[in-house]
Write a protein that binds this ligand. Structure first.
Ligand code: ATP
Ligand code: MG
Length: 803
């Protein structure tokens, strides 16, 4: 239960000046916890492991412990580092702690491993030989770069696929092995090639001043291992380290925790040595579902060996689910070998039986789910926001979407084609990234001829040749394109136009212009908006809406850089984080990776959530539909012949079942179309593992002959009918928000200014116009804002008013 407590100001948290004692009482902090949970919250000293099954309150205990540390043990919030699995989880945890102890909690670091490492590396990147404005490459960037690497090495793209090589490289990094290690250990030609690929890939990343996601962790560990004095700085800072979902840490993440929390490093004088931080990890080996990303279940199993003198606490009461749901979960996971038996119980009563349904095909399955959702909401007890539909792979969401659109059932898809993966959004971000870091070749090349401006492959090759000859970056070579042998005059002038535009935009960035202002200038100056506006392709309209949405995101950030999961208020106070472009890009890069959950909208209660089982980890819903329970779908076909993988799938099933609080539905389709071809899949073996008396089968395969509806088997768009108005409205939440934003912000007139005029800017305050360039919509004004400096602003967008 959250209590509302007066919020102490940030100024009261300086380490030398402990805050006056106000805030929750001991009893309030321990309220609603059972005995072992309290013990975990109050535990003092030795490393603490809380192992327990799903829904037993691990996350609740971790959150409460943070509040306890701040409030009762007087820990400085800045000395707390808490690691969660998604940014969304971090934001929620922060909010809950803030509810308990007040705003000063904002200073603590609650974040994902990636976010925490970025923050460390922004300060320490020089130790890795990187500049602090490094780019963060996501999966798509990595793929592009890997394709370049394959070209470099002349590899046959059929034999050496970028995806497979990236996976291999990622595994190396998760094991903290650098290219030299990989080369040393190569046992055959193939592995030698892979090691060479890894080396070239790393070299190219370095040339681009870019790090991929795995590098963030490996790089941080590397810095901490190589520079004991840096490590001791962080050890001095983080006195309390807490990790949620510990079962899904990989070796690199484990090493990071170890650097911060292990006893007595040898490489430093006794006088310099810092006492290890207090460590608490919570997890459940039965929920380890990220082995494919290198997660190592041993981290949790070996905790007591890794941290001698560790204390373990076991939680056994489940507060989330009915006994029926728990029995089902326990029965399924019981089929895994070599696990520690747990006695998870609930006093929530038996509750409803699980409802089962065998559908003719995936459309029929979606229709069943949709009808049940209708029924449950009509009964009045439950809202659509209480319900979630889970599936094994992203592609399975489409059928549910189609049926929901037809019936007008509002929904949101978590994961899937994510906003930040859309082409236009990626293009826009590529522009921004290369402005901040011109060495970022992948971004630069992506937008060099987007929209088309007459810089073709031949021209690119000429510029690249110049870059290679003079051992300079691609960007430098572009600037000196007049020296490139063989470059056609027409390409030359196109390149010069491009360079001039980029330099102008860079001067805005250098002047510290707000991220949203820069973004709008980019879209206008690059011709990107015009090319979409002039297009006949209906998709381009959606693209415009998505870009409007991106501008809105940037504006939100510019107006409140403190908001959101990865902001570090101490940095903001120190003026390190400005609402500037670099910080915006960093936020986006991290959000785009791990944050698959959109922010909660107040009206989300009316929306059914669709998501993969992997993204469902840590969450709970009153009603859960577990769909696609077919051998070959779930468990995934890849796992059918492999015991280890099958056990991982079973853990995933355990995660899925244990998300449900009150009601669980399980379903499968007899025929499912994959890649356009229908396939008949037998029921999932996990279904056979459920005790029969727990499931109320509404329809079984035998019932089909009786109920057979041939019209359902064909699954045509015609039967779906046209989307309803309600459905269409729901289809693009982004479009709705963009619309609203557009209505709220009428097209503004460009103020007519002259040098010497006094103006008022929304953020920078009063200023004096120094100079003007360009005409009409392209007018750029240089305005002197006194202590804020001189800014160059595109008048069409800048919120300035003539006085
Ligand atoms: P998972 O393994 O799925 O991550 P968890 O162990 O982290 O689960 P929580 O999410 O912390 O479990 O808790 C599950 C639910 O039980 C939450 O709704 C939480 O508020 C509630 N809960 C936890 N402990 C108690 C308690 N002592 N009394 C009442 N409710 C509790
Ligand atoms: Mg949890």
């Amino acid at each position: 239960m959250s209590t509302s407590i007066p919020l102490p100001g940030l100024e009261s948290v300086a380490p030398s000046d402990p805050p006056p004692r106000r805030g929750p009482s001991r009893d309030e902090l321990l309220e609603g916890l059972n005995e072992p949970q309290r013990a975990a919250v109050m535990h003092d000293g030795a490393p603490l492991l809380v192992v327990a099954g799903a829904g037993s309150g691990k996350t609740r205990v971790l959150t409460r412990r943070i509040a306890w540390l701040i409030s009762e043990r007087r820990a400085h919030p800045g000395s707390i580092l808490a690691i969660t699995f998604t940014n969304k989880a971090a934001a929620e945890m922060k909010e809950r702690v803030e509810d308990l102890v007040g705003k000063r909690a904002r200073i603590m670091w609650v974040s994902t491993f990636h976010s925490a490492c970025v923050r460390i590396l922004r300060k320490e990147s020089d130790k890795l030989g990187y500049k602090s404005n490094f780019s963060i490459y996501d999966a798509a960037d990595q793929k592009r770069l890997m394709t370049l690497v394959c070209n470099d090495l002349d590899l046959d793209p059929k034999r050496f696929q970028p995806g497979a090589m990236l996976h291999w490289v990622s595994n190396q990094k998760n094991e903290l092995r650098d290219p030299e290690d990989a080369a040393k250990d190569a046992r055959n030609n193939l592995e030698e090639t892979y090691a060479a690929v890894y080396a070239t890939y790393q070299r190219r990343l370095r040339e681009a001043n870019a790090l991929d996601f795995d590098d963030l962790i490996m790089g941080t560990v590397h810095v901490l291992q190589t520079f004991p004095e840096v490590r001791e700085t962080y050890r001095r800072r983080f006195r309390h380290v807490l990790v949620d979902e510990y079962q899904d840490t990989n070796h690199a993440q484990y090493a990071l925790i170890h650097q911060l929390c292990a006893d007595n490093p040898e490489d430093i004088d006794d006088s310099e040595r810092v006492e290890p931080a207090e460590l608490m990890v919570v997890g459940d080996a039965d929920q380890s579902i990220y082995a494919f990303r290198g997660a190592n279940i041993r981290n949790i199993l070996d905790f007591e060996q890794d941290f001698p003198n560790a204390t373990s606490i076991l939680l056994e009461q489940n507060y989330r689910s009915t006994q029926t749901i728990l029995n089902a979960a326990n029965a399924v996971i019981g089929h895994n070998k070599g696990r520690k038996e747990k006695r998870l119980w609930s006093d929530a009563g038996d509750g409803e039986r699980i409802v089962g349904y065998v559908a003719d095909d995936e459309r029929d399955e979606a229709r069943f789910v949709s009808e049940e959702i209708d029924k449950l909401t009509d009964e009045g007890q439950l809202r659509p926001g209480d319900m979630a539909v889970f599936y094994r792979t992203n592609a399975q969401s489409r059928v549910f979407e189609e049926v929901f659109i037809r019936t007008g059932q509002p929904y949101k898809v978590v994961g899937g084609v994510r906003f930040y993966e859309r082409r236009e959004v990626r293009d826009a971000l590529a522009y921004l990234r290369m402005l901040v870091n011109p060495a970022d070749q992948v971004s630069l090349r992506r937008i060099l001829n987007t929209p088309k401006r007459g810089i073709g492959d031949r021209a690119v090759a000429c510029v690249q040749a110049l870059a290679d000859r003079d051992r300079t970056t691609f960007w430098e070579a572009l600037r000196r394109a007049d020296e490139a042998p063989g470059l056609a005059t027409r390409s030359m002038s196109a390149i010069q136009g491009f360079v001039a535009m980029v330099e102008e935009l860079q001067s805005m960035v250098d002047a510290g212009e707000r991220a949203d202002v820069v973004l709008e200038s980019v879209l206008a100056r690059s011709g990107y908006l015009t090319s979409l506006e002039e297009s006949d392709d209906p998709q381009d309209e959606t693209r415009l809406e998505n870009l409007a949405e991106l501008v809105a995101v940037a504006r939100e950030f510019a107006e409140d850089p403190l908001a959101g999961p990865s902001a570090d208020p101490t940095d903001v106070e120190a003026g390190i984080v400005a609402p500037g472009l670099g910080d915006f890009l960093e936020r986006v890069a991290l959000v785009a990776d791990t944050d698959q959950l959109p922010d909660d909208d107040p009206d989300d209660q009316g929306v059914v959530t669709l998501m993969t089982l992997h993204t469902a980890k840590g969450l709970e819903f009153p009603v859960v539909f577990l769909t696609g329970l077919e051998d070959g779908v779930f468990p995934h076909s890849r796992a059918l012949g492999d015991q280890t993988e099958l056990e991982e799938e079973r853990r995933l099933a355990y995660v899925g079942v244990t998300r449900a609080r009150e009601r669980l539905y399980i379903s499968r389709a007899v025929v499912r179309s994959a890649w356009g071809a229908p396939s008949h899949n037998p029921g999932s073996r996990f279904l056979d593992e459920l005790p029969v008396d727990l499931v109320d089968w509404r329809r079984t395969e035998a019932a089909q002959t009786q109920w057979s509806r041939p019209d359902l088997a064909s699954g045509s768009a015609a039967r779906l009918g046209a989307p309803t108005a309600a459905g269409r409205r729901n289809f693009s939440a982004a479009a709705v928000r963009a619309d609203a934003a557009a209505r709220a912000k009428p097209a503004r007139e460009i103020p007519s200014l002259e040098p010497g005029d006094r103006v008022l800017h929304d953020s920078f305050g009063m200023g004096t116009v120094v100079a003007l360039e360009g005409v009409g919509e392209k007018t750029v004004a240089s305005i002197d804002f006194g202590s804020e400096g001189v800014k160059r602003l595109l008048l069409r967008y800048a919120p300035v008013e003539k006085l």
